[in-house]
Ligand binder design. Structure first.
Ligand SMILES: O=C(O)CCC(=O)C(=O)O
Ligand SMILES: [Fe+2]
Length: 396
């Protein structure tokens, strides 16, 4: 693996919240910690004079002192391994539907407040559910603190998100991932997770340290440049999602990323907090003053709100995956919301059925597709090599 990218570190426990908030976006701050990782386990902290903006330039940063106990993180990875090590027929009991996807296994746990989640049996995996529930709550609490820093960084009141009710109904879901390792070297697939951006507000990612994550900071550059992002033990890799990018009128960046097919087995755990009310809050005028052209009509437009209330799963797909998706859409009756960029403005999203998709013009490099499966699905796929790719879709 080539030298890993230097990403900014945000310290959630720093008493100087204003400086920390500034480091989320302000340019030319002095004495901010950077980390340089050339190999995963070789950590070298370095102070640099110029701080590149965490959210504005990279859309990715490390979060340290976040209050999620290392022991709990270790337990989550152990329990994830326990789950994926169950016999395939046990895992299939939680599957509802076939799904073709990247060559990895995944398990989604939706918001804890609804009772739609499926859990492995307590007798099969003792304490599994309680471990995941505790992790869910702890990460959500770190996310809430981070959001207050984000508010400060946008020159908003620290409790802005709280006041507007964005935290009243926080929907966060956990994704447990297992990449099986490159057992089949003849495979043409180079990705364990294909290039995408995340659709939520911020994503909290923890990995087991096996390399593979890469980001592309200039998605429109040709050829695309992919840079490795290494893990730091105990630190979250946090990235900005599309929802936040849109809400800040593209001030913050939702960066394209992917995971290369790892040579050895790789585990990762993600939490995506999705703040529904957030989608109804318009971009603050302060941000619009900086970039007066409003790039999005509404947050996601009315349609997105309909989507959110329609008990469906959602995912934003970058353009280069659209064609792949179209092939899939015809098979699986996926509905898509298509937004096409016209003269650097996004048109209002349109809801189209899988049948209509073939007729949509997708010649813009910046088109994005929000695809919806028919709610509450657990998808499963058995690949030729016997690995299982599963997910329980987001329950909203
Ligand atoms: O496994 C990882 O390191 C990241 C996966 C990812 O980006 C995703 O599933 O959204
Ligand atoms: Fe992602």
């Amino acid at each position: 693996m080539s030298d890993a990218l230097q990403l900014p570190i945000i310290d959630l426990s720093s008493p100087d919240r204003f400086s920390t908030a500034n480091s989320i976006r302000a340019k030319n701050l002095l004495c901010i910690q950077f980390v340089t990782l050339s190999k995963c386990n070789e950590i070298c902290f370095q102070t640099q004079e110029v701080f590149e903006q965490a959210c504005v330039d990279h859309g990715f940063f490390y979060l340290v002192n976040h209050g999620v106990d290392e022991g709990l993180i270790k337990k989550v990875f152990e329990q994830s391994t326990n789950f994926f090590s169950l016999p395939i027929e046990d895992k299939m009991k939680l599957a509802k539907k076939n799904h073709r996807g990247d060559p990895k296994e995944s398990f989604y746990i939706g918001p804890l407040s609804d009772n739609l989640n499926q859990w492995p049996l307590e007798e099969d995996l003792p304490s599994w559910r309680s471990t995941m529930e505790t992790y869910h709550q702890k990460v959500l609490s770190a996310a809430t603190k981070l959001l207050s820093l984000i508010a400060l960084s946008l020159v908003l009141e620290e409790d802005f998100f709280e006041k507007v009710g964005a935290l009243n109904e926080p929907l966060a879901f956990i994704r447990l991932l297992r990449y099986p390792g490159d057992l089949d070297s003849s495979s043409e697939e180079i990705c364990g997770a294909s290039a995408h951006s995340d659709y939520g507000t911020v994503t909290f990612l923890m990995t087991d340290g096996v390399p593979g994550l890469q980001i592309c900071r200039e998605k429109s550059a040709q050829p695309q440049v992919w840079e490795d992002v290494a893990s730091i033990s105990g630190a979250f890799i946090v990235n900005i999602g599309d929802m936040m990018e849109r809400w800040t009128n593209c001030l913050f960046r939702s960066t394209l990323h992917r995971v290369l097919r790892p040579r050895q087995e790789r585990y990762s755990v993600m939490i995506h907090p999705l703040l529904i009310t957030f989608s109804r809050i318009s971009c603050p005028s302060g941000i619009l003053n900086e970039s007066p052209q409003r790039l999005y009509c509404g947050m996601f437009g009315k349609l997105f709100q309909r989507v959110l209330s329609a008990k469906v799963s959602i995912q934003l797909i970058p353009t280069h995956q659209i064609l792949r998706l179209l092939g899939r859409a015809r098979e699986t009756h996926i509905w898509l919301v298509v937004e096409v960029m016209h003269n650097s403005r996004l048109s209002c999203p349109k809801l189209v059925s899988a049948k209509e998709i073939a007729n949509i013009e997708l010649n813009s490099a910046l088109a994005s597709v929000l695809y919806l499966t028919e709610g509450l699905n657990y998808h499963a796929e058995t690949k030729n090599n016997g690995t299982l790719s599963t997910y329980l879709s987001l329950q909203i």
